[in-house]
Design a protein around this ligand. Structure first.
Ligand code: PLP
Length: 384
């Protein structure tokens, strides 16, 4: 059996090596390292893939989120509602812009932002909602878009974990994750579903004016050379990263299918284990059917009930199985984001999830033998 890894970038690289090496060599020969034609080419290809009007590449997913908020013209004191159970980048950029983060609880079944909690958190100062499509599954966008419309709020999708996922509205209409709100951000960090070989990110929008604003913001607030109309940042995707992304993009659906295959194997192995709650997709398909992409499994995250989660983590590590706890501490309990308006009673689910969750190895190169080994070790731990 191959050594089990949390993420196997090397195995994936072997299959696109020639194309990546050739394209990288071309970039080196042309020396078009920044804003070169390859960045533009990738941008166009991603626009076509997503069915979105504008993709604006930038330096990383955190910048993408910050720039999206800057582009919308949010101002200090504006309240931005987001999930308590996510990576810190989401809340960090809200705070950096002197906006007021309002963290709210999530759902116990799909770990995504709770619609009831959003409704409770809206005040006259609320300006935006940031749903995070956590672990590869879209938040309840139908409800979020309705709430946003009713209260005149922006929706900024943090799509760092769900690129390639498809959301289906009640009327049957489908949309790719990151194309439903006013604006979305994504990350091309190497371990993400579409990852480059360094840092990278992008902003997506269908709004021409917003796209124009954002193109200036990523480039020092310049809309005309050496005229700085707004305060901007310097945030660029470089050409060497763009060629990696362009080599991978045609395989993204196959990569996500490989993740779904692994998820299906895991789910089947655990279906008769009362102590294990497996991740859910749409209620009809559980995210693992062959025909829909409602879940692209950036992480495969279980909840273990009545099991010592931390002892399970140690046991798996001792048996050569890496695993992760995403996320071990709720954001509302992080020193940087403490706020005396928060009440513990408002975070019942997140407070529980941080004790229950465990993410198993999940990547495009995981094979059935490895999955069988992982699931049998977990069963041995639970049943002795
Ligand atoms: C990875 C990630 C980010 C940040 O992306 P970087 O490219 O690392 O800056 C933001 N939000 C979420 C939910 C993420 O998973």
């Amino acid at each position: 059996m191959k050594k089990i890894q949390m993420v196997d970038l090397k195995g994936q690289f072997e299959k696109i090596k020639e194309e990546v090496n050739t394209s990288m060599q071309e970039v080196l020969e042309t020396t078009a390292f920044i804003n070169g034609p390859r960045v533009h080419q990738f941008q166009k290809n991603l626009e076509n893939y997503l069915g979105v009007k504008h993709v604006i590449p930038c330096a990383n997913g955190t910048d993408a989120l910050q720039i999206a908020m800057m582009g919308l013209g949010l101002s200090p004191g504006d309240e931005v509602i987001t999930a308590d159970f996510t990576f810190a980048a989401t809340v960090e950029v809200i705070a950096l812009l002197h906006l007021t983060p309002v963290l709210v609880d999530v759902n116990p079944d799909d770990f995504n932002i709770s619609i009831d909690a959003i409704k409770k958190a809206i005040t006259p100062k609320t300006k935006a909602i940031v749903p995070v499509h956590l672990f590869g599954k879209c938040a309840n966008m139908e409800a979020i878009l309705n709430i946003a419309k009713e209260h005149n709020l922006f929706v900024i999708e943090d799509n760092a974990q769900a690129i390639g996922a498809t959301y289906t509205f009640k009327d049957g209409r489908k949309a790719k994750a990151g194309t439903m709100g006013q604006v979305a951000s994504t990350s091309f960090f190497p371990s993400k579903n579409l990852g480059c070989y360094g840092d990278g990110g992008a902003i997506f929008t269908n709004d021409d004016h917003l796209a124009h604003m954002i193109r200036g913001i990523v480039n020092h607030g310049m809309y005309e050379r050496y005229h700085h109309d707004v305060v901007g940042v310097n945030s660029r995707l470089d050409s060497l990263q763009a060629v990696v992304l362009d080599a991978k993009l045609p395989h993204l659906d196959a990569y996500n299918k490989a993740r779904q295959h692994a998820a299906k194997k895991y789910n089947e192995a655990f279906k008769d284990e009362p102590a294990i709650i497996t991740p859910k997709g749409k209620s009809t398909c559980q995210g693992i059917c062959d025909t829909c992409d409602c879940h692209v499994f950036h992480q495969y995250t279980l909840r273990v009930i009545g099991v010592d989660r931390d002892a399970l983590v140690s046991y798996l590590n001792e048996n050569g199985i890496p695993c992760g706890v995403y996320y071990p501490i709720p954001l509302h309990k992080q020193k940087a984001y403490l706020d005396n308006r928060y009440k513990e009673a408002d975070f019942v689910i997140t407070n529980q999830l941080v004790k229950d969750v465990i993410s198993l190895p999940m990547h495009t190169e995981l094979d059935d033998e490895q999955i069988d080994f992982i699931t049998s070790k977990i069963k041995t731990f639970i049943h002795g």
